[in-house]
Design a protein around this ligand. Structure first.
Ligand code: F6P
Length: 528
């Protein structure tokens, strides 16, 4: 998309013409608004009526998507073509959840057959552990799993594990560790028996320093716990099997996946082996099927719902100039969804050059924040209601979570959407506090409702946000699948760690960095 295109200029004109049209006025002008802007998508109900859009806005946004080739992009991606241009790779995450029977293309069939074979191996491991047929070196049946990984090798599977705890096998203790801080792994290992525990190392590259460091400590824990043949209790999910073999993982314990599956898009990949062991391959397959429902919707419906949500993100961010997005699931079990979507949306859209390497002339990407429902209301909702800048919020709710509180949670969700949109007049004329108490309203929100938080619906939600993010990126003309910005920081950290460990090195870094390093050394070397 070019910011000089007719569609873009038409959209800017439309913005100027409608920016001051409040939600109040938009609803007053069209009694059918709620009906026109509510949509089914799989088992999800998506309500965008409280976004600052109208029918013309949506038409102009879809025209922009058409000009940007968003539909063609999804079909090309789904055909295994190279769509990640800066890394010269396809993006194969939708192949992970596509039933083998759907694959007619001979070349692509081999991709799907490899995926299917790995899933069958994962399922066999899950079955063995469930049936107490997998034994540690001393003959104890395995009943505990410690999952190691960071970023996309942690956030998605961990979020899904917590979301689907009601489907977890109570006889298997699942633990998760992602960070470099030893306290993270210590807590994960707390109370476990090394002789009945397996370690799953999830790392696409198998050279992420944090994960390798944590994995080494986890293996030390196994051996210091009496496990002499540690490798028999170590598994790996990676697109770099050679690196896993070099680390010492046995070939038969490696679950490979394509390097063309991005970390933040890898929930359906072998990095979710721990999740599958916990909830079972049947529930895991239901999650994949839910993802595939949305994948097929995107391919079959040109003006599809994930694209519409991505276009509204472009409208709010790149045209309205809003810099944040709040994700608020009214579900305790879904409380880690915002963290997963933070990586998905910010690592995909946080770019400043186009796919051709040209500096972007428009804003791209927002800061994603979030927390679970009523907790968020007692945390950052003040700013949502009375801040100087509107922060669009996704309010996600479920009809059946628990008999006691589902209705109250949904009532809170609906009340917040209403108050954000229409505000609250305060008829206390003469009250000096009046200015402080008025809620202006006109704050945009999208409501996403579903019958329950099942594996299928979780899969639909995740795929909805994946395709929403990709749609926004392609409309903006950026690559959603690379992340060059995080590579340099890793290298710099290795150099600074080396300088901190080697006092004779004279650092040529900036004065602030050197001052911070000196401050750390002062405390490090002071006698406690
Ligand atoms: O943050 C950079 C990143 O490469 C993410 O994209 C990725 O999910 C994470 O690091 C972990 O990478 P790996 O799975 O290779 O350990």
């Amino acid at each position: 998309m070019s910011s000089n295109s007719d569609n873009w200029q038409e959209l800017l004109r439309h913005y100027e013409a409608t920016v001051n049209l409040s939600l109040h006025k938009r609803f007053d002008a069209d009694p059918e608004r709620a009906k026109k802007f509510g949509f089914e998508c799989g088992d999800l109900w998506i309500d965008i009526a409280k976004q600052k859009v109208d029918a013309e806005t949506i038409d102009l946004l879809f025209a922009l998507a058409e000009e940007s080739g968003v539909n063609d992009f999804f079909h090309s991606m789904s055909s295994g073509n190279i769509v990640n241009l800066s890394e010269n790779q396809p993006a194969l995450h939708t192949f992970l959840r596509r039933p083998l029977s759907h694959e007619n293309n001979k070349e692509l069939r081999s991709v799907s057959e490899n995926i299917n074979e790995t899933f069958n191996r994962m399922s066999e491991l899950e079955e063995k552990i469930k049936n107490k047929q997998l034994f540690g070196f001393s003959g104890k049946p395995i009943n505990s799993v410690v999952n190691l990984g960071i970023g996309g090798s942690h956030l998605g599977p961990f979020m899904a594990f917590e979301a689907l705890r009601d489907y977890a096998n109570p006889e298997i203790e699942m633990r998760w560790s992602s960070g470099l801080d030893t306290a993270d792994l210590d807590d994960a290992l707390q109370g476990l028996d090394p002789e009945s525990t397996i370690i799953i190392i999830c790392s696409k590259t198998f050279n992420t320093s944090e994960t390798i460091s944590v994995a080494s400590r986890a293996l030390n824990w196994l051996s210091s716990g009496g496990v002499s043949n540690t490798v028999s209790q170590v598994f790996a999910a990676t697109s770099s099997p050679k690196n896993a073999l070099s680390f010492g993982v046995l070939q038969e314990n490696i679950f490979p996946f394509s390097e063309s599956i991005g970390g933040r898009f890898s929930l359906a990949s072998p990095v979710a082996l721990g999740l599958m062991i916990s909830i079972g391959s049947k529930s895991f397959k239901e999650m994949l099927n839910g993802m595939d429902v949305i994948d097929q919707h995107v391919l079959e419906v040109p003006r599809n719902i994930p694209m519409l949500l991505g276009l509204i993100d472009v409208w709010n961010n790149s045209i309205f100039g809003i810099n944040s997005l709040a994700i608020v699931p009214y579900s305790y079990r879904l409380r880690y969804l915002p963290a997963h979507l933070q990586q998905l949306m910010m690592e995909s859209l946080g770019k400043s050059v186009s796919t051709e390497g040209e500096p972007l002339k428009i804003k791209s990407g927002v800061a994603v924040l979030g927390a679970s429902g009523t907790d968020a209301q007692h945390s950052f909702f003040q700013m949502l209601h009375q801040g100087t800048e509107a922060i669009p919020v996704d309010l996600i709710g479920f009809a059946h979570l628990s008999d006691e509180t589902s209705q109250e949670l949904i009532a809170n969700l609906i009340a917040q959407a209403e108050t954000l949109a229409f505000g609250q007049d305060v008829d206390e004329i003469g009250n000096p506090l009046l200015p402080h108490k008025i809620l202006s309203g006109d704050k945009p929100s999208t409501v996403i409702l579903a019958p329950s938080l099942s594996p299928s619906i979780l899969g639909q939600l995740v795929a909805l946000y994946e395709h929403r993010t990709v749609s926004a990126a392609v409309t903006l003309g950026i690559n959603p699948f690379d992340q060059w910005g995080v590579e340099f920081g890793k290298q710099s950290a290795i150099e600074i760690a080396n300088e901190l460990a080697t006092p004779e090195i004279v650092s040529n870094r900036d004065s602030s960095t050197k001052a911070l390093m000196a401050r750390y050394r002062h405390w490090r070397d002071a006698t406690p």
